[in-house]
Design a protein around this ligand. Structure first.
Ligand code: HEC
Ligand code: HEC
Ligand code: HEC
Ligand code: HEC
Length: 469
């Protein structure tokens, strides 16, 4: 079995990243004995990844309103105007996992527009069924370290300029520890040779766990390592997982891109003749407290591309294609669902009012009751991705919300989002099957209240606000 098929069949180790920007300003290039050229300073750079088709922030939670591709593209465009040199690195995992082409295409468009200096080609991209889609764009892909992966499509490295090359490094994967060790040692040995032969400073774009990143850092072969954060492919963020508000400078030459994140750092390398206007500088200079320790627990915090950065103008066309795609998706959904025979398991909150007046009143005044209006206010009420948490039973094929016009009784988050479909209950209120245990009801909250939509969620605190005896 060659390693490519090992990759394709392994889902356990997929390392994901997110969006981030950095500069080099206070980064020191380590000295290495045999480099024929003078050590060059690394220019300002921005790194991103793990977009997963994430077009815009949803707006559910200010903590995670950190950007989106459109903001990133605009920011990058602005920064490029201000600098002689600005590198852009793409850590991959940018297409939508489920193969949603509308989202994936938007991500691709943005990436194409930004033209990264190097893109790490990784598992998610390999898994795209429509590989032409990935490869057809002129992306400069890097992937190294698995000697058996040899394809004309995959370049091992990229010469960023006359002094630097970028190289992609995915953690060695294999069944036995011996095999993994062999791959690791082989990789390091080859890297050393490679570096010596080419006489360039090296930038690693890395997917892998802590040990893998540490191994690379300790090899002292790299001037800069940009590592993707790790999370198994397809795993939703845990509701316990708080978003770390920053790009992590892990220590030494290692930087790590956090989840769902769009942060940046200002480089001091702005040439005087291109002094930025105030509008152009919305960022704050980075704190200069760089630690040289290699320490995953002491990340350096940076600024995010928060709401103040909003500007999607430059991707207007791509955006309108994307919106058209969403509209089509929604129409297809309504046509399909309305053609199905209706089951009538869900009743809507109005039905409960007569017998549970007190509960109903409390609910009616809670923000759950207005969750559909919330979408409407931001013109996202025909976006299926948003609707699934803001209405009743969107995803039930024969029941629940279809559209505001067809099913107004299912707008917003209602009793039945938490208590389940209640037809059986009103037929026989004594039937205990519909009286769910408290624990099960608590559990239900986090199906919606999870990162990145609700990072502050805490059952005790939140329940107090909607308690309805
Ligand atoms: C996984 C479920 C989920 C999805 C998907 C989701 N939301 Fe939300 N949304 C929530 C939750 C939960 C909250 C409440 C967060 C809190 O207060 O902790 C919320 C809150 C909001 C708010 C803030 C309401 C207020 O009063 O401040 C807006 C706006 C919003 N969502 C818009 C959207 C849009 C637009 C989309 C789609 C792009 C979307 N949501 C998708 C779960 C979701
Ligand atoms: C015809 C009146 C009636 C309607 C309509 C009705 N219920 Fe009830 N419900 C009852 C009665 C009576 C009980 C108490 C049964 C018992 O304690 O044995 C009850 C119990 C419950 C309980 C369990 C309370 C507990 O202490 O465990 C929940 C939850 C509930 N109803 C939710 C709903 C929801 C949601 C709706 C609307 C979809 C609804 N009910 C509609 C009469 C009704
Ligand atoms: C079907 C998805 C869904 C479920 C399940 C859900 N929520 Fe929500 N919740 C939302 C959405 C969406 C909002 C934002 C509503 C808005 O403002 O438009 C929200 C808002 C809230 C708010 C208001 C937050 C604030 O600060 O104003 C509280 C409190 C809350 N939910 C508590 C809970 C609790 C407790 C549970 C579980 C018992 C729960 N929710 C289950 C989707 C859900
Ligand atoms: C966001 C989730 C959520 C929504 C929306 C919701 N409930 Fe509940 N409900 C709960 C939870 C959780 C409990 C159990 C609390 C406990 O056991 O401490 C509960 C308890 C109840 C009880 C039992 C109260 C008691 O103490 O006996 C009734 C009755 C009830 N809900 C009716 C309703 C009705 C009617 C609606 C809509 C008008 C509604 N609920 C909306 C989550 C929800």
């Amino acid at each position: 079995m060659n390693y490519l098929s090992v990759f394709l069949s392994t889902t356990a180790i997929c390392l994901v990243s997110s969006l981030v920007w950095l500069s080099q300003s206070d980064m020191q290039a380590p000295s290495f004995a045999k480099s024929p050229k003078a050590i060059q300073e690394i220019p300002a750079w921005i790194a991103f990844g793990d977009l997963r088709g994430h077009v815009e922030p949803c707006g559910c939670d200010p903590n995670t309103d950190l950007g989106g591709v459109t903001r990133l593209a605009k920011y990058h465009q602005n920064q490029k105007k201000l600098r002689d040199k600005l590198w852009l690195f793409d850590l991959g995992n940018n297409l939508h996992e489920s193969g949603d082409m509308n989202r994936s295409k938007f991500a691709e468009k943005t990436i194409e527009f930004m033209r990264p200096d190097a893109s790490l080609f990784n598992l998610l991209e390999m898994k795209q069924k429509d590989l032409d889609f990935v490869f057809s764009k002129k992306r400069r892909l890097v992937l190294w370290n698995q000697k058996n992966i040899q394809s004309n499509l995959v370049k091992n490295f990229i010469d960023i300029d006359e002094h630097f090359m970028a190289i992609g490094l995915i953690q060695p994967i294999g069944k036995s520890p011996e095999f993994k060790k062999y791959l690791r040692d082989f990789t390091l040995k080859e890297l050393k040779k490679f570096k010596k032969n080419r006489g360039k400073q090296m930038i690693g774009l890395v997917h892998g766990d802590k040990n893998w990143v540490k191994t690379l850092e300790e090899s002292k072969l790299f001037d800069l390592i940009i590592a993707a954060n790790q999370r198994p492919l397809g795993l939703l963020p845990d509701h316990e997982e708080k978003v770390k508000p920053g790009m992590l400078h892990v220590g030494g030459s290692v930087y790590m891109v956090p989840f769902f994140a769009q942060g940046f750092l200002l480089s001091e390398k702005i040439s005087t003749d291109k002094k930025p206007s105030l509008e152009e500088i919305f960022e704050q200079p980075r704190q200069n407290n760089q630690s040289k320790e290699f320490d995953f627990t002491q990340p350096e915090i940076v600024e995010w591309l928060h709401k103040g950065y909003e500007d999607a103008e430059i991707l207007k066309n791509a955006m309108s294609v994307f919106r058209g795609g969403l509209q089509k998706e929604f129409q297809n959904f309504v046509t399909k669902k309305s053609s199905k025979k209706k089951k009538g398991k869900f009743l809507g909150a109005a039905t409960c009012e007569g017998c549970h007046q007190k509960s109903h009143n409390i609910w009616k005044n809670s923000s759950h009751a207005h969750a559909h209006k919330t979408l409407k206010d931001v013109n996202q009420h025909e976006n299926l991705e948003c609707l699934k948490c803001h209405v009743v039973a969107l995803e039930d094929e024969n029941d629940g919300f279809m559209s505001e016009a067809l099913t107004p009784q299912f707008k917003g988050v209602q009793c039945e989002n938490c208590h389940g479909p209640m037809m059986g209950h009103i037929q026989n209120p004594k039937d205990k099957r519909y009286h769910k245990p408290t624990e099960a009801l608590k559990e239900v909250c986090v199906s919606c209240h999870h990162t990145p939509h609700s990072t502050e969620f805490d059952f005790e605190k939140y329940w107090k606000k909607i308690k309805h005896p």
